[in-house]
Design a protein around this ligand. Structure first.
Ligand code: OGA
Ligand code: MN
Length: 206
């Protein structure tokens, strides 16, 4: 199902991330795989497998729909061929990031996310105050025919400007987790994605 990751695309992603702290690329994965991931996300959402996402970590976790209204479910290996193909691609990307940028990324964690109409995620950074392992954020969008009036853009707060990314199927966005504040603007349509983080090893945890 999966063709091997294109080395040229991986290199471009890595170079742009190093230069700007973020990058985006359309159609990094085969369209059939993107469609299958979208189908799986929708199926999980419709059976209620996706749960309201929490804010914070560990004992400090709480669910606050005012801050983020998405429903999520974490990916585990061997759940489906499509998820495994996605994780394999991300692992190739992790290798490229480590080789070129010496980031020492040890693993990748990722969840499906579904934002129902009206949901949003307020401006935030992805790195937790008490856990600095999350290093590079990766969001892969699964929505066909997204239009500006559907809302739901990812707004990146760059040094001197803001940039809105439309959550169109096949678009992969990478950014440095501790550097780039971002938010998800209110969506008017169900908005599906795979959101994940390349992580460094934790202090003393290994
Ligand atoms: C997140 C997040 C962005 C998006 O889940 O932390 O910022 O575009 N998601 O879904
Ligand atoms: Mn985020």
């Amino acid at each position: 199902m999966m063709k091997p990751a294109e080395p040229a695309t991986l290199l471009r992603l890595v170079d742009e991330l190093a230069e700007h702290g973020w990058t985006r690329q359309q159609d990094v994965l085969p369209q059939a795989l993107t469609l299958e991931l979208a189908r799986e996300c929708r199926a999980r959402a419709s059976t209620g497998a996706l749960a309201l996402a929490a804010v914070g970590r560990g004992a400090g976790q709480e669910i606050r729909e005012g801050v983020r209204g998405d429903r999520i479910q974490w990916l585990e290996p061997s759940q489906s061929a499509a998820c495994d193909a996605y994780l394999a691609y991300m692992d190739a990307l992790r290798g490229a990031l480590n080789q070129s940028l010496y980031l020492g990324l040890a693993d990748f964690e990722s969840h499906f996310a579904a934002y129902p109409p009206g949901a949003f995620y307020e401006r935030h950074l992805d790195r937790f105050r008490d856990d600095d392992r999350r290093t590079v954020s990766a969001v892969y969008y699964l929505n066909d025919d997204w239009h500006a009036e559907d809302g739901g853009a990812l707004r990146l707060y760059l040094d001197d400007a803001t940039l809105d990314v439309s959550p169109e199927a096949g678009c992969l966005v990478l950014f440095l987790s501790d550097r780039l504040p971002h938010e998800v603007l209110p969506t008017r349509r169900e908005r599906l994605s795979l959101t994940g983080w390349f992580r460094r090893r934790g202090e003393g945890a290994w």
